[in-house]
Write a protein that binds this ligand. Structure first.
Ligand SMILES: Nc1ncnc2c1ncn2[C@@H]1O[C@H](COP(=O)(O)OP(=O)(O)O)[C@@H](O)[C@H]1O
Ligand SMILES: [Mg+2]
Length: 266
């Protein structure tokens, strides 16, 4: 039993391929190339990496990045214990030692000085210096870094350094075509195909309002939430309000516009 058993994915996560992302990722994985999954929130990036880890038979260690995250949160730290101070590997170090895919979700949320700890791991050195411990860990041959990146939210202050970006191969994700998206929503929410198609039409209209006050239109995730409410007996109009309107805007005009979009599709 290794440390990583808890990170192995035992049953296949459902993933409906949209383009050639499975073959692209598989090819990148052969050389353990760092991969960036780029696209809006709720479009399938996390599900994809879970599916790929399962497909490739690799453990997956996911870290949700946030602005208070420090390099020590990734790498590890000394903690006080009854025997004195004991070193605890962070999630990145665990993945490096044991050969997991390390998925840094929403990497731009982390500060740039945190992000640079992956630099020596994402070029041909493949090492992780643990400065506080005075140790340099050589990455396990199976170790791979995957990051997700939402191009919509970035400001100049909150972007990846050019030197970080250039280490990655990037796969672009978007919302799938209506046909595929309806298939995903029907399956994930357990609703019939026609209802799923209606939800997808509403989403398309909502996405057209992006930029006109809406930061993002309804994501696939939101459609699935609406579908789950329908499956639980809520009328579709109310389900759409709860899952696709109220969460994303407080502006009365935008709420009206979205409600109009819903009514037009029913
Ligand atoms: N191509 C797909 N195949 C299967 N499920 C998908 C797909 N795209 C999106 N989903 C569904 O949408 C939900 C949100 O996707 P997720 O991977 O969490 O988004 P992201 O990580 O891009 O924010 C998933 O839980 C899954 O139910
Ligand atoms: Mg995600």
């Amino acid at each position: 039993m290794t440390n990583l058993d808890a990170y192995r994915i035992s049953s296949e996560p459902f993933y409906r391929p949209v383009e050639s992302e499975i073959s692209l990722f598989t090819a990148a994985h052969k050389s353990r190339m760092p991969v960036m999954l780029k696209g809006p929130t709720g479009c399938g990036k996390t599900r994809f990496v879970e599916h790929m880890a399962w497909r490739l038979g690799k453990p997956l260690i996911t870290v949700s990045c946030h602005e208070d995250m420090t390099a020590s949160d990734l790498v590890g730290r000394y903690l006080l214990d009854t025997d004195g101070t004991v070193w605890h590997d962070g999630p990145l170090t665990l993945a490096v030692r044991e050969g997991a895919i390390c998925y840094l979700d929403e990497i731009v949320e982390a500060r740039q000085d945190t992000t640079v700890v992956i630099h020596s791991l994402t070029d041909d050195r493949r090492i992780l210096p643990l400065e506080k411990k005075n140790e340099v860990v050589q990455a396990h041959p199976d170790f791979q870094v995957v990051i997700s990146y939402n191009p919509g939210y970035q400001s100049v202050l909150k972007d990846l350094k050019e030197s970080t970006k250039q280490r990655f191969g990037a796969i672009a994700f978007g919302y799938p075509s209506p046909d595929i998206e309806a298939e995903i929503v029907a399956r994930e929410a357990g609703i019939d195909r026609r209802t799923a198609e209606t939800l997808v039409r509403i989403a398309e209209r909502s996405r057209n309002l992006k930029g006109q006050g809406l930061e993002e239109g309804a994501s696939t995730r939101m459609l699935i939430n609406a579908g789950l409410l329908v499956a639980a007996g809520i009328a579709i109009e109310a389900a759409c309000q709860v899952a696709m309107v109220v969460p994303i805007t407080d502006d009365p005009d935008l709420r009206d516009a979205l409600s109009g979009a819903i009514a037009a599709c029913l």
